[in-house]
Design a protein around this ligand. Sequence first.
Ligand code: G6P
Length: 372
Amino acid sequence: AAAEKGGFASFMDKEIHDQPQAVGDTLLARTDERGQIVLDDLRIDESVLRSVDKIIVVACGTAAYAGHVAKYAIEHWCRIPVEVELAHEFRYRDPIIDAQTLVVAISQSGETMDTLMAVRHAREQGAKVIAIVNTHGSTIPRESDAVLYTHAGPEVAVASTKAFLSQITAAYILGLYLAQLRGNKYPDEVAEVFDELRLMPARIQEILDGAEHVREVARSMSEASSVLFLGRHVGFPVALEGALKLKELAYIHAEGFAAGELKHGPIALIDEGQPVIVIVPSPRGRDSLHSKVVSNIQEIRARGARTIVVAEAGDDDVLPYADEVFWVPQSPVLLAPLLTTVPLQIFACELATSKGLDVDQPRNLAKSVTVE
Ligand code: G6P
């Protein structure tokens, strides 16, 4: 087993370090010589994909957070409304689906029963289903109309890491493909985003190489009983995923919030020493979200919070209010989750390890939940 872990202390640690490769492999062979996206494995008629008027992403757990990231990218690039729904809620609320609905089912294992049942329900109602799945030959792709495989390789640790980044990558590819097909984006725009995507593995590697500070901070927090996560825009699902990782691995109460909600409730939780991890949007993004989140950090710091900030390299605005900073390389705003997630994975893994917990096999959890 030691050899299988490639010299790492756990499968989870190994899989976190596999991420540059997992993302890179998921991007392989998706474009032609003109830089246009070709999805050979997408067996749905192009005319059907052109007429889609709504996308519903169904998934569970970490895969559902990949769906939340997908919503921001696909709506922005394709101007198609995207809903994200937990698979086990979707089926029971009598969802509005028809032949113009595209359902995207995201699953690492391809065997999650709740997600499979959602796929069946969607197809019975006449929707087309594309599966974004990591495990070849699994049930969900077999029962879907088409599949876009992530190429993360086998994921052994129960808590998902490299599959998550690969799912987000696959969702970007799907979004770019639809934008190209439906004429929302010019060919050179698609090629430009794709070129940025190809730079992401090296940026992830930079974070892995400079993660010692993240680990130090994690070890200093082994006594924490509650950690809050705040994010906005694509940083919101990253906050949810960061909180989920901490619950799963370290058994610490953790909650992710949209930073804009702070004043509508969560700020009441802030008192002396409360750790809060804030994912700060790029200062190069639009809509002044950056300055709003920096104000949030200032507000919670003034109320005694210990602020741990995930920020883009060069963003000195956070320095006056941050107790700790986890830096990530610069990237286009919509692609940032491929980076900002990584320090949070390392943080949860290291904190749990410092508590003496088994990060590969957390209590009560299964890698794949094949019952409803
Ligand atoms: C289980 C795992 C999670 C995973 C979820 C969905 O709960 O513990 O890590 O995110 O199932 O699994 P799937 O295989 O469908 O992505």
